[in-house]
Design a protein around this ligand. Structure first.
Ligand code: NAD
Length: 444
């Protein structure tokens, strides 16, 4: 089949590459000329395991093409995916200007039947808006009879495992009332839907809502366990034991109940905010999500408070080794990453950072540029040189079993502040290290 994808970010590029790898002919359109130029040269602008390989293979065999020209995109695919960003606007609601701009483009350029599929995360009612935008464009043109449909197909991939999530999705949510659209989408997704039925077809509004419900529930789990962890700290209980204890109940399960320094990334913070605003617009108070958001904001400071307490409130002139910049492992994405809140607060208080991340160093350079109080090092051990303490902000595999004797020997104050509960407190004590984690103070 022929498909077009507008937006070549984490979602659009991965979706496009996976469709091409399944045999479809895909054209990617992005308005970012630099990004498209890179992709045309075979340079992948983001890091995702396995992405480079499938993009390069399918670019070579001609099934995956890139352009900045929307006309090429609109004339190519029967199915037109909209996978552009929906960042928060000033009051936290999802800003739909990119989505509606693409709808406007499609409406003004289409000359034959098109199925427009909204993959971006959008508030309930957006597909109706997309439809109205296209209709408005068409009615201004001669050939206003061109048939089209707008469907909702939210994306559930996880950064860090986006390619495998897209190749083997847990579910494919499709919002449409049209049996013809459903048949076309079934054909498109057939390779992902072969083993067993994964497509859940529903009305458009429920599909739009499903995405927000999923992300905000996951964010709620994180804020819940963080709240319990903070209380465990005060009471001298160990959240890791509590986690194992509650996860063993199949109604609760082990997923997404790790205590830490808060959720980040491009999705959870903005989707929680957006659903709160949707509630506000409907005069319905989203009490629970407001608490989830507030807990997350304070959680990003929990480790910093421990650091300040340890150094008697004064970190001026001190140097901190920081392991982990990305908001989670296996990605270079630093949007809303807890590492940023930690670095920025320490800089404000006159401290320096020596940071290492397996994939996000370029992104860090892009965000912060050259500054005296940030040194990015090539090896994780090099971050320890002349550092007072070590901070762990992301649970990359390579941080999970370091040489603790080397850490103890190199640090001026042998102390680790672990925002991801990676280590065994008893073990660290044996290596002569002080250890502060999240919800484990009974052990440190
Ligand atoms: P992104 O910021 O990485 O990429 C968006 C791309 O859209 C950019 O390259 C931008 O240049 C392009 N764009 C903007 N306007 C355009 C236009 N008019 N024409 C063509 N291209 C245009 O965003 P992302 O992380 O891929 O997220 C996209 C959407 O998918 C968002 O709504 C997001 O909430 C949702 N989503 C993201 C994830 C994730 O893990 N990142 C997962 C599921 C859903």
């Amino acid at each position: 089949m022929k498909a077009t994808v507008f937006g070549t970010g984490y979602v659009g590029l991965v979706q496009a590459a996976v469709m091409a790898a399944s045999g479809h002919e895909v054209v990617c359109v992005d308005k970012d000329a630099e990004k498209i130029a890179k992709l045309e040269q075979g340079i992948i602008p983001i890091f995702e395991p396995g992405l480079e390989e499938i993009v390069l293979t399918n670019r070579k065999n001609g099934r995956l093409r890139f352009t900045t020209d929307p006309e090429v995109g609109v004339s190519h695919g029967l199915v037109q995916f909209i996978a552009v960003g929906t960042p928060p606007d000033e009051d936290g609601a999802a800003d739909l200007k990119y989505v509606l701009a693409v709808a406007d483009t499609i409406g003004s350029l289409m000359s034959e039947k098109r199925i427009v599929v909204v993959k971006s995360t959008v508030p309930v009612g957006t597909c109706d808006q997309v439809k109205r935008t296209i209709e408005a464009r068409l009615s201004k043109r001669e050939r206003s009879h061109i048939p089209f449909d707008v469907a909702s197909n939210p994306e559930f991939l996880k950064e860090g495992s986006a390619v495998s999530d897209c190749l083997k999705p847990d579910r494919i949510i499709l919002g449409t009332a049209s049996s013809e659209t459903e048949a076309i989408m079934r054909e498109l997704y057939m390779p992902q839907n072969r083993n067993h039925e994964k497509m859940i077809v529903m009305d458009v509004r429920s599909a739009e809502m499903t995405k927000y419900a999923a992300n905000t529930l996951l964010a709620t789990k994180i804020s819940f366990i963080n709240e319990i962890a903070n209380l465990a700290d005060i009471l001298g209980a160990d959240i890791e034991m509590v986690r194992k204890g509650i996860g063993s109940d199949p109604r609760i399960g082990y997923h997404f109940i790790y205590a830490g320094i808060g959720y980040g990334g491009s999705c959870f913070p903005k989707d929680v905010q957006a659903l709160i605003r949707t509630g506000d617009q409907q005069k319905y108070d989203m009490h629970l999500l407001k608490a989830v958001e507030a807990r997350n904001a304070t959680q990003k400071r929990v480790l910093l408070d421990k650091i300040l307490r340890y150094f008697d409130g004064n970190v001026e002139g001190r140097t901190f080794a920081l392991w982990g910049l990305s908001f989670k492992p296996n990605t270079d994405d630093m949007r809303e990453a807890p590492s940023r809140a930690i670095m920025e607060s320490l800089w404000e208080k006159g401290a320096r950072i020596r940071a290492y991340d397996p994939k996000a160093m370029d992104e860090c350079r892009r965000i912060y540029g050259d500054r005296e109080d940030l040194i990015l090092v090539e090896q994780q051990e090099d971050a320890l040189d002349n550092a007072d303490a070590l901070i762990v902000a992301t649970e990359w595999k390579s941080f999970s079993a370091p040489d603790f004797d080397e850490i103890a020997a190199k640090l001026k104050s042998p102390v680790i502040f672990d925002g991801r509960n990676l280590y065994d407190p008893h073990q660290l004590k044996r290596h002569g290290l002080d250890y502060f984690a999240i919800g484990r103070n009974g052990l440190t």
